[in-house]
Design a protein around this ligand. Structure first.
Ligand code: GDP
Ligand code: MG
Length: 163
């Protein structure tokens, strides 16, 4: 069938913005606040005549921040079960901290291809500061701006090459 690619990551890193950018759609809700209630949304991406299915695992995130970590892990496990490749999105404008480090360990143990997508990279200074995300241990690292489109073509080339 058509390969399935899942977007995972903690709230507010830009998963829905990346989904919208990749599918050229406005179907996924983009929020300014972490904790907005959102649905899993599927879309299709065509690139050089090939097609994949994409899922934004934003899911239904409870308003209670205490519940968010378990929800993120549930989504990551579901994605590891269902998807052929995962895009693990982190926010270049935040410090590398435990939620991302723990999630990275879970994803690496999953034995599916996982690309690290460092999002919100719009300037050379942010790109330089984001180098530390390479410590997370992923071989495939893409620095992108989902909002402005930087790095998206390279990411799509990499995804389709791997599937
Ligand atoms: P999600 O919770 O992971 O789905 O994140 P959203 O896609 O809803 O985005 C969260 C916030 O980050 C919104 O205010 C977006 O406008 C912002 N955002 C997303 N992508 C980028 C980006 O590439 N650059 C910048 N500067 N902001 C972004
Ligand atoms: Mg979202």
């Amino acid at each position: 069938g058509i390969p399935l690619v899942a977007i995972v990551g903690r709230p507010n890193v830009g998963k829905s913005t990346l989904f919208n950018r990749l599918t050229h759609s406005r179907r996924s809700i983009v929020g300014d606040e972490p904790g907005i209630t959102r649905d899993r949304i599927y879309g299709e991406v065509e690139w050089n005549g090939r097609v994949i299915r994409l899922v934004d695992t934003g899911g239904i995130i409870p308003d209670d921040p205490e519940l968010i970590p378990s929800e993120i892990y549930r989504q990551a496990r579901t994605a590891l079960d269902e998807a052929d490749l995962l895009l693990f999105v982190v926010d270049a404008r935040t410090e590398l901290a435990s939620p991302d480090i723990d999630l990275a360990r879970t994803l690496i143990r999953g034995r599916k291809p996982v690309f690290l997508v460092v999002n919100k990279v719009e300037t050379a200074a942010i790109a330089a500061a984001s180098e530390n995300f390479r410590q997370l241990g992923f071989r495939d690292v893409y620095m992108v701006s989902s909002e402005h489109g930087q790095g998206i073509g390279d990411l799509l080339d990499g995804v389709f090459e791997r599937l």
